[in-house]
Ligand binder design. Structure first.
Ligand SMILES: Cc1cc2nc3c(=O)[nH]c(=O)nc-3n(C[C@H](O)[C@H](O)[C@H](O)COP(=O)(O)O)c2cc1C
Ligand code: SF4
Length: 670
């Protein structure tokens, strides 16, 4: 029996009053875009179902994603919410009712994009001054007093509209270099009128918005603000400046809560840092702001377990803790943890590939480790199968483990055979690279799940097509992964195999990370794959005092990591090391023991670079030999993961779950 004294979650279990709203516990999902809303500004069932699933999981408070409060406000994603249109109230009422039915409180973030977004209906962007947007280069209109008054009125009308739609509160988005922040920070605000210059003037727009919102809603209806604790750009605001903003707003009685984030679009990845930043990375900058006010505060930043959240509330850093990506990865993480089963929580690994990556690719939010996220209205839960089968899974990488787990949860009798002595496959090996440790968190979790759900695991067990285990199975799942052949075939020069490719110092990334031996001085890392693999190998080598020439067939470093917001951080870290050299649009044409010849794909000029180690990162080959033999022999077999198509971890886990549930794997690409 858990008592207050023994409860590991005693602080975060406690309800909290924000204005007249009682939030059931201290866990928040701060606003996060989904791209699940309608292109016409409507509210689809998929969006409601996504949030409802997280309400069922026990989260205390959710703050709805950026909602434009005025036609000039723009869209953060193609799917958006037309909050300035009165017809939205009727569409949102069922949403808030369904959240409340699950006991979750729900606020709405009120947003104007300013220069970061052209108007939702094609109008030019508005901002404090004519300072260009760092992402698009767009130059905005400096707002007139009439425009300012119009937008202030828009915030207030939308606050009232949210109250009528059944929301429990609203939050003015004053962070992330959107319009309100563009007025607050001297980085964007060059005005010489009452809205520019000293802090009091730069705060005037926000103060007017909050005053107008307060006047528009009922007494006690919570109104708060989200602030970036630091701008992370020269001449930007520092935590002490932002603490002063928060304190002044509180003294003026304008905020019921302060939600603290960080950064501007000059450093967007920092707003939702990936696995390269530590858990709680925002806390050093959030703390001074949180300490400056007495009203409830919210902090965020790669906090993925309730134990971490508990420590943050217990030590007084903040009153509430945001866990956005944790809730995408496992909507039930609060209930599972409160039931004292935190080990069952499927961990967010900070990859950003399924959540931000999908949104940036124009798709609805999803999750690498949780295929159901964002597809709740169409993707079935794992439920007991009509007919229990004997299922044999061949291969213990993430795809094989996810398939075995899904099959066991569906009631099948499952055994998993892995040829090597360990589970985890290439993902576990990839987790040895510098700053990629969290890749191993999901393989370790899947490994722990297998005995819990009753999968019989056989390590060091290489099955052949003729093995009786396979012949007697009702269903064989082939998850044999992929091979890293260092054969010199390059995507832009498939016919020109470099001489010397067979030399012993030419390795694949798997060979290098699995068994790093010798003491090379200068490596050539050749990236023909364009994702995080080569960049993380380069980072690992630099960490081990090996100088790196990074040659790539791509026009830039690791272009496939752009959508998961990891490219700029990789580039920043690598290029800050003087032993790192980047050469774009290259082919490897000759390898010798101490040097490599590279030839420019565009200028066709051959240049030699010194290298006593060569790591070739090329597309892996699907290992489907066993599958083909089983099909020939008439065995009921299915291919998943890299063995189906060697791509990435998203594909591995999704094809595993989809195949076992009989779902079209392309469903997640909708
Ligand atoms: C896909 C995605 C979209 C986001 N969109 C918003 C947004 O609409 N408004 C906002 O204030 N923050 C947004 N954020 C930032 C989150 O609110 C949060 O601060 C960030 O994800 C860090 O918390 P976490 O580490 O718990 O995920 C977004 C984050 C993600 C992952
Ligand atoms: S896609 Fe990656 S970062 Fe995003 S929620 Fe899922 S595990 Fe976390």
């Amino acid at each position: 029996l858990t008592t207050a004294a023994t409860d590991p979650y005693a602080h975060i279990r406690k309800p909290l009053e924000i204005g007249n709203c009682t939030v059931r516990n201290r866990i928040v999902r701060t606003a996060h875009g989904t791209n699940l809303l309608g292109l016409d500004g409507s509210i689809p069932e998929a969006w409601i179902a996504f949030h409802e699933r997280r309400a069922e999981g026990g989260i205390g408070l959710s703050i709805g994603e950026v909602a434009p409060i005025h036609p000039s406000a723009g869209r953060a994603t193609p799917g958006y919410m037309k909050l300035w249109d009165e017809s939205i109230v009727a569409q949102l009422e069922p949403f808030t009712a369904r959240m409340h039915a699950q006991g979750m409180s729900v606020f709405q973030q009120l947003w104007h994009g300013g220069v970061s977004s052209a108007g939702a209906e094609g109008q030019p962007a508005w901002s404090a001054s004519t300072v260009a947007d760092p992402s698009s280069g767009r130059v905005p209109i400096a707002m007139t007093k009439t425009m300012i008054d119009d937008v202030v009125a828009g915030f207030a009308e939308c606050a009232a509209r949210c109250e009528r739609a059944g929301y429990d509160g609203v939050e003015v988005h004053g962070a992330h270099s959107y319009l309100v922040h563009q007025f607050l920070t001297p980085v964007y605000n060059r005005r010489e009128d009452d809205y520019g210059g000293p802090l009091e003037n730069r705060m005037r727009f926000l103060v007017e918005i909050l005053e107008a919102c307060r006047a528009a809603v009922g007494t006690g209806f919570p109104v708060g603000v989200r602030l970036s604790a630091i701008d992370l750009v020269p001449n930007g605001m520092e935590p002490d400046d932002v603490a002063e903003v928060a304190a002044r707003l509180e003294r003026a009685g304008l905020v019921d809560f302060v939600d603290i984030s960080l950064s501007t679009y000059h450093d967007q990845p920092k707003m939702l840092a990936a696995m390269y930043d530590p858990h709680g990375y925002e806390l050093p900058t959030s703390r001074p702001v949180s300490a400056a006010v007495a009203v409830p505060t919210i902090v965020a930043g790669r906090i993925t377990s309730l134990a971490e959240a508990e420590a943050i509330v217990a030590d007084g850093t903040a009153d509430m803790v945001s866990m956005v990506r944790a809730a995408i990865a496992d909507p039930d993480f609060v209930n599972k943890s409160f039931a004292l089963e935190p080990e069952r929580v499927r961990p967010c690994i900070g990859c950003n590939q399924g959540c931000m990556g999908f949104i940036f690719s124009g798709l609805g939010v999803c999750c690498t480790v949780n295929p159901q996220a964002g597809r709740e209205s169409v993707y079935p839960d794992i439920s007991p199968a009509a007919e229990p089968l004997r299922v044999v899974v061949v291969g213990g990488g993430p795809a094989g483990m996810e398939a075995a787990r899904t099959a066991a949860l569906a009631g099948h009798t499952v055994s998993l055979h892995e040829a090597s002595p360990t589970l985890g496959g290439q993902t576990r090996i990839a987790s040895r690279a510098k700053l990629r440790t969290d890749l191993g968190v999901i393989t370790a979790w899947l490994e722990r799940e297998l005995p819990r759900v009753g999968v019989e695991v056989h390590l060091g067990s290489r099955l052949e097509a003729a093995s009786p285990e396979l012949r007697e199975a009702d269903l064989v799942i082939v998850a044999t992964g992929s091979r890293r052949e260092v054969d010199g075939v390059q995507r832009m020069r498939p016919e020109e195999i470099p001489t010397g490719i067979d030399l012993p110092h030419v390795l694949s990334s798997v060979e290098l990370l699995a068994d790093f031996i010798g003491s090379p001085r200068r490596a050539l890392v050749f990236d023909d794959r364009w994702d995080a693999e080569a960049a993380s190998v380069a980072e690992t080598l630099l960490d081990r005092e090996v100088a790196v020439t990074f040659a790539t067939s791509a026009p830039t470093l690791a272009p496939l990591t752009e959508t998961s917001l990891q490219r700029a951080p990789f580039l920043r870290r690598l290029s800050s090391d003087e032993r790192f050299e980047l050469r774009i649009r290259q082919a490897v044409t000759r390898i010798e023991p101490e040097k490599v010849e590279l030839t420019g794909l565009d200028d066709k000029v051959a240049r030699e670079v010194p290298a006593d180690l060569v790591v070739m990162i090329s597309r892996p080959l699907a290992d489907r030999g066993l599958y083909d033999e089983l099909v020939e022999a008439g065995v009921h077999a299915k291919l998943i993961g890299d063995a189906l198509e060697a791509t990435d971890l998203v594909h591995a886990i999704h094809t595993a779950r989809a195949t076992l549930l009989g779902v079209d794997p392309n469903l997640i690409m909708a």
